[in-house]
Design a protein around this ligand. Structure first.
Ligand SMILES: Nc1ncnc2c1ncn2[C@@H]1O[C@H](COP(=O)(O)OP(=O)(O)OP(=O)(O)O)[C@@H](O)[C@H]1O
Ligand SMILES: [Mg+2]
Length: 235
């Protein structure tokens, strides 16, 4: 049994059902139990439609499970009220999606500042933080560009910077390089790995890329709504 204080996220009995046509129900997740340790890089793999994104969204409190609990640092996420939940999404968990979801009318800098402004940080400090992060992801010289003036790889790096704005303990990434070529994908993953290793964050990443998954600490394979295997990666 893993020592309690090392666990950052604990999921128990996660089920997710979606209503379908003619009163049918789609059982996507059928009982997932999971403990994630602090500082760990965990890859979630499995065929398309198996429920990887659904699980990731539940772990990051973007979506509610039909049954089950998720606790982060011992706090039961889904027992929070809406205000607490919004603060959790803004400060504790950072999300990177397959498509960047950057706001098109704002510059890279403004997009990265946004989570800090929402958290009530004053403009000057938010801007300083955002500039630091853009530098970390190698995009200082693109701060004034709007998303459509950036390459796909650059857009994703801005999205990584944005996810880190409020220094979340947990970073959740859903196929963040799904749209990138091999080179840009490698660059993005090196960046993510580096950010997690150097800054002691925890990363849960959904990926179709098995070579990438092998560079994680642990690979969780989903199949038919359950965890088929959960293995430490041995180098
Ligand atoms: N909001 C929703 N309403 C109804 N069904 C949904 C909803 N979201 C997902 N599903 C269904 O749940 C199943 C799992 O979807 P999910 O997006 O989690 O799969 P995935 O493993 O991430 O797939 P991919 O690798 O293609 O991204 C799919 O069959 C999908 O059609
Ligand atoms: Mg998905």
């Amino acid at each position: 049994m893993v020592e309690e204080q090392k666990i950052i996220l604990s999921a128990r009995g996660i089920h997710k059902h979606y209503p379908m046509a003619r009163g049918q129900t789609l059982h996507v997740l059928k009982g997932i139990d999971l403990d994630i340790r602090r500082g760990e890089i965990v890859a979630i793999v499995g065929p398309s439609g198996v429920g990887k994104s659904t699980l990731l969204h539940i772990l990051g409190a973007l979506d509610r499970p039909t049954a089950g609990t998720v606790s982060v640092d011992g706090v039961d996420v889904f027992s929070m009220d809406n205000g607490q939940l919004a603060a959790f999404r803004n400060r504790t968990a950072g999300f990177v999606f397959q498509f960047h979801h950057l706001l098109p009318e704002f510059t890279a800098l403004e997009n990265v500042m946004m989570p800090a402004l929402i958290a009530g940080v004053d403009r000057k400090r938010a801007e300083k933080r955002a500039l630091q992060l853009l530098e970390q992801v190698g995009l200082s010289d693109r701060a004034g560009h709007r998303p459509n003036e950036l390459s796909g790889g650059e857009q994703q790096r801005v999205a990584v910077a944005r996810a880190l704005t409020n220094s979340p303990k947990l970073l959740l990434a859903d196929e963040p390089s799904g749209n990138l070529d091999a080179q840009a994908s490698k660059h993005l993953h090196e960046l993510l790995w580096d950010l997690v290793r150097k800054e002691g964050r925890t990363l849960i990443i959904v990926t179709h890329n098995l070579d990438l998954a092998k560079t994680a600490d642990r690979v969780i394979e989903l199949w038919d709504g359950r965890i088929k295997s959960d293995k430490e990666v041995v180098l």
